[in-house]
Write a protein that binds this ligand. Structure first.
Ligand SMILES: [Zn+2]
Length: 164
């Protein structure tokens, strides 16, 4: 993972790139873009204050600002994502992954995080936990149910999980 490198010009907010740059967010905010692996040993980025570094400085700040705005829109999920990536979790939690997919992409999403999650959930075509039919399902407690199986649920359950 540490061998990957993207220059500011190649940074397009893919999920892979965001995972890579998140641990550097604090440096990015003050204009320090991660140095290229080959030049990273000899140069101390803090002392890099030549006039030529002006453009990368702005780019770093812009990338940091954009990531922060997007992260904020995911609330707690984004905080989890940031914490888990910085702590080098081998696998991200479900919420953290949702935040990652939401903040990824060249353009900032207009849809709110909550609406985006709802849309994504409802779009999911997978196997129904009960009848095993592969169809559109909704998450109900720990299950994913098709419409037919959801309708067979007792009314209090349906009221608690009004997914269809
Ligand atoms: Zn079913």
């Amino acid at each position: 993972m540490s061998e990957q490198y993207w220059s500011p010009r190649d940074f397009h907010f893919t999920s892979e790139q965001i995972l890579w740059i998140l641990p550097h967010l604090k440096e990015l905010k003050v204009g320090l873009y991660p140095p290229e692996p080959s030049s990273g040993y000899t140069e101390n980025p803090i002392n890099k204050k030549q006039p030529t570094s002006h453009a990368p400085y702005e780019t770093a700040c812009q990338i940091a600002a954009e990531i922060e705005v997007r992260l904020k829109r995911t609330g707690l999920a984004g905080e989890l994502l940031y914490a888990q990536v910085c702590a080098e979790f081998l696998e991200l939690s479900y919420e953290a992954k949702q935040a990652l997919y939401y903040i990824s992409g060249w353009k900032r999403k207009r849809i709110s995080f909550v609406d985006w999650k709802r849309k994504r959930r409802s779009r999911l075509v997978t196997q129904c936990s009960k009848c095993k039919e592969k169809t559109e399902t909704h998450k109900v407690r720990d299950f994913r149910l098709c419409k037919k199986c959801w309708q067979k649920l007792p009314d209090p359950m349906k009221a608690q999980y009004p997914v269809w």
